[in-house]
Design a protein around this ligand. Structure first.
Ligand SMILES: [Zn+2]
Length: 396
């Protein structure tokens, strides 16, 4: 940590301009105390690591707030300076006794405060949710910025998303995540997040060097390049068709197994399932699973021509992700987008007031080639559901 108190209550912030001799003198003269537990701390003035304080003895406090890695401390320092350069009042490691939290940074502490949590290590999902909610209860907004070293990208447009990171997802029309890497001295904005599966989430990975980054750009609503999304998604789906194998046990994946029971090779699954949707992040399962289950639950057993009313229960039957920053209606929004897509393909039609008519069964291509061609052809229906103000038509 960067802050301590003297016995007289004076705050010492190592991110202010202290020199090594000044600090050594201070330590000679004064007892330095932890602002949270009041336990004695000592200066660590290594060459490699940044100056910081550490508890002299293991305490509840030190197990809760420490250890911080050098990576974390360095990042926190750079962020502190950057937010100040952006004209915001920033304080480092302010302890908030009413909620027993100590955010890495507190912006605008006296007027509409925002806590910045710079998360470089793994904590439990429960811990992260609890911390987020306790800030909210205290009327403090909280922004999680993830350590750049935590980012799991495996291709130019694809990343893996852990459930912990999903909990940090911010929302401005479309969902996005912010990373910061002190070594690269840059933010990475991953936006928008459109999952093919948990292991493969489409996003643009936008790099903003600290020198050039602005608050406005960092928090601007994400835009999506439709040509990139079309190309990447089609490629991923083609790969999936070429390589996917049925689960060998029904219990492993009941919904996919039902395709098997109908004698449909997995390479020829209906092209109406597994499409990219603006709110696809709402559901925990891969796109192929939740979309096929949605179809089966709502229309699978119905005769052609039958009408189905979309009840709340039908709309929210899929396992949802925990997304604390997203509106609670997000699930229904995703289900509605999928219904709109199905209407565009002609599989169903809207009959008004939440009623849909099943026009036909899902299309089963005869060959993998035909399936790929249908995917190419129908993906534009899904892409047309992205809001006009959030698309760009150039590749990025
Ligand atoms: Zn302490």
């Amino acid at each position: 940590m960067f802050t301590a108190h003297t016995a007289g209550g004076k705050r010492v912030n190592l991110l202010d301009a202290w020199s090594r001799p000044q600090l050594l003198q201070l330590q000679e003269r004064e007892k330095l105390l932890c602002p949270v537990c009041g336990g004695e701390v000592r200066l660590r003035l290594g060459e490699q690591k940044r100056f910081h304080f550490a508890h002299k003895r293991e305490t509840f406090c030190s197990t809760y707030f420490e250890p911080e890695s050098a990576y974390h401390r360095h990042g926190k320092q750079l962020l502190y300076l950057w937010f100040q350069e952006q004209g915001l009042q920033a304080e480092v490691e302010v302890y908030l006794p009413s909620i027993r939290q100590r955010p890495d940074l507190l912006l605008n502490p006296h007027d509409n405060p925002i806590a910045i949590e710079y998360q470089c290590a793994t904590i439990s999902n429960e811990q992260l949710l609890k911390r987020t909610r306790s800030y909210w209860h205290a009327g403090i907004r909280v922004l999680w910025i993830l350590g750049g070293s935590q980012m799991k990208r495996h291709a130019a447009h694809w990343m893996r998303l852990s459930s912990l990171h999903t909990l940090c997802t911010q929302f401005s029309g479309l969902p996005y995540l912010l990373y910061f890497c002190p070594e690269a001295r840059a933010f990475f904005k991953c936006a928008p997040l459109i999952p093919f599966s948990t292991a493969a989430v489409f996003c643009h990975q936008l790099l903003s060097p600290l020198k050039e980054a602005s608050l406005q750009e960092l928090f601007a609503p994400p835009v999506v390049s439709l040509p990139s999304l079309r190309q990447e998604w089609s490629r991923k789906k083609k790969q999936y068709r070429a390589n996917a194998l049925y689960p060998y046990r029904k219990s492993k994946d009941r919904i996919l197994y039902s395709l098997y029971e109908q004698g449909i090779p997995l390479s020829c699954f209906p092209p109406e399932i597994c499409v990219p949707l603006p709110s696809g992040l709402a559901f925990r399962e891969p796109a192929i699973l939740w979309q096929y289950r949605f179809w089966q639950t709502a229309f699978g057993a119905e005769e052609e021509g039958a009408c189905v009313r979309m009840t709340e229960r039908l709309l929210s039957r899929q396992p949802a992700r925990a997304l604390p920053y997203l509106p609670s209606s997000y699930r229904q929004q995703a289900a509605h987008e999928y219904l709109q897509f199905l209407c565009l393909t002609g599989a169903i039609s809207g009959e008004g007031e939440g009623v849909y008519r099943k026009q036909r069964s899902l299309f089963v291509p005869a060959t993998e080639e035909e399936a790929n061609a249908c995917d190419e052809k129908w993906i534009h229906h899904a892409l047309s559901l992205f809001p006009a103000e959030q698309i760009v038509t150039s590749r990025s």
